[in-house]
Write a protein that binds this ligand. Structure first.
Ligand code: ADP
Length: 480
């Protein structure tokens, strides 16, 4: 083979290599460049050789990196390997590259040349970015899982728990080490029920996900209502590799449903009672074909009772929909308490109103506040029952607040139910047999007083009686 052919081939190899080659002086001035690099950056050879330096080919951040890191390192060790740069390409997107550089020394021992190899890193950079994106989204998913209130498990094909999130620990009240190796079947309270578990496994093995409402057990022993989603993870041949479970605590929803059903039964009963009274009294008059004052009074009283129940239902739904509208005016609290007692027909002898000699006035919606007083008075009478006793209403000022306390000597309220009495539809166990009501009075009263910028407090002792106090701002009330 001739020397000439060899040289020509080497020249071609240099020019057309799949990477860029550059020879520069130690200060970066370009002395040789191959065709591959020229085509990448879109410069012509003469332009490059007319005094441009390697660092002039870089983007601005690349040049800063060159001065501060790359060049000092190259001088120090005589070479650099795999440094990532972007080559500037005029109007086109910069080209991501990886650079190897090595310095050559001349006969005099001085550094004379730098040989630079440049590899196109577009694919690698895209791959790295893709990896980074996947890692970020995986991290986000992990964070979502970690913070989720739902319990998330993965299990072996047999149903043994392999991984779980913090929500699982919270929902079932178990520490991580107690969950390892636990069987999903135990978590779902199917330990004893082999048939039910087998049925679930048949579905999962067939690749069908399952959504069911079930019960589970908390470590403390109490039952939890659960919405369970089980998804099979299948292999290429359709074999079951494992199960992913997402489990949500629906105890609160169940409780609401139970309360709603109870409420429907209770409302039907409470609305029927006065209706039956009205019907009975009207039939009595028809049978006797005579007007009876007593029957008419009873009809009016029952109709009023119906009216109050329906009014309470309407108000509760307005409050729920945040549509409670108030029409504030100046109100004398003592006069309002007396008016409420009068409208209710509570015997004067039963209620004693104590108040300072100067009137206590607030800005309030007369009708709504009247309802609050009527509710608290009715309760004081209703729940006094056999204990009886006088009801004292105390009107007073305390700083910039007005206090209206309803003190009864009734049955009192057990401390364990005290936190619930202001809940919607809540009635104490046994209240249904003792007194009519929908469990709405205190809920409505509390919300009305709150809308006036005030609060209701309660103190109670079983067997001794209860005191409900309405606290309202005297001035500058924050009326909604
Ligand atoms: P309702 O009277 O229709 O049951 P409320 O919301 O007015 O509804 O009251 C909720 C519960 O609070 C009642 O069922 C009762 O058990 C208790 N309660 C309210 N006021 C008194 C009171 N003055 N004395 C004893 N218990 C009371």
């Amino acid at each position: 083979m001739s020397e000439e052919l060899l040289l020509k081939s080497m020249e071609e190899l240099f020019e057309q290599a799949p990477c860029g080659f550059l020879l520069t002086r130690p200060d970066g001035a370009i002395i040789r460049v191959n065709q591959t690099l020229l085509s990448w950056i879109g410069h012509d050879r003469d332009e490059l050789l007319a005094g441009l330096r390697f660092q002039d080919l870089l983007t601005m951040p690349g040049r800063i990196y060159y001065e501060n890191q790359y060049f000092p390192l190259l001088r120090l060790q005589g070479f650099v390997k795999g440094v990532a740069f972007d080559l500037a390409r005029g109007d086109r997107e910069p080209l991501p590259v990886l650079i190897d550089a090595i310095q050559r020394t001349g006969d005099d021992g001085q550094r004379a040349l730098t040989a630079i190899t440049i590899v196109d890193a577009t694919d690698r950079r895209a791959y790295e970015q893709e990896l980074l994106r996947s890692r970020r989204s995986a991290e986000q998913l992990v964070a979502v899982l970690a913070e989720a209130s739902d319990a998330v498990f993965t299990t072996t094909p047999a149903g043994e728990i392999e991984t779980w999130n913090a929500g699982a620990g919270r929902l079932f009240g178990r520490a991580a080490r107690e969950i390892v190796g636990t069987h999903l079947r135990e978590i779902l309270c199917l330990g004893e029920d082999d048939a039910a578990w087998q049925q679930i496994m048949v579905e999962l093995r067939a690749g069908r996900p399952i959504h069911r409402e079930m019960t589970g057990t908390h470590a403390s022993g109490h039952r939890v209502d659960l919405s369970v989603g089980l998804t099979p993870r299948l292999g290429l041949l359709g074999e079951l590799l494992g199960v992913s479970a997402i489990i949500r605590d629906i105890s609160e929803r169940r409780e609401t449903e139970r309360l709603q059903q109870e409420f429907l039964a209770m409302a039907t009963h409470e609305l029927r009672n006065p209706l039956a009274g009205i019907k009975g009294n009207a039939q009595l008059m028809r049978r006797r074909a005579a007007y009876s004052e007593r029957a008419v009074d009873a009809i009016v009283a029952q109709a009023n009772q119906l009216d109050r129940l329906i009014e309470d239902l309407l108000l509760a739904s307005q409050i729920e929909a945040d549509r409670l509208e108030l029409m504030p005016e100046k109100i004398d609290l003592v006069a309002e308490v007396l008016a409420a007692a009068d409208a209710l027909g509570v015997a004067e002898a039963l209620v004693c109103v104590e108040a300072p000699s100067v009137p206590v006035q607030v800005m309030a919606d007369r009708q709504r506040l009247g309802q609050v007083f009527a509710n608290l008075l009715t309760n004081a009478v209703k729940y006094s029952g056999a204990h009886g006793g006088e009801i004292v209403v105390r009107v007073d000022r305390a700083g910039d607040e007005a206090h209206v306390s309803f003190v009864d000597q009734g049955a009192g309220i057990p401390p364990e139910i005290l936190p619930r009495i202001f809940d919607r539809f809540y009635r104490a166990p046994g209240a249904a047999g003792r007194a009519p009501g929908l469990g709405l009075g205190l809920y409505i009263s509390h919300r009305i007083v709150e809308a006036h910028g005030g609060r209701i407090t309660v103190e109670s002792e079983v067997g001794a009686g209860s005191t409900f106090t309405v606290v309202l701002p005297l001035r500058g009330s924050s009326l909604r």
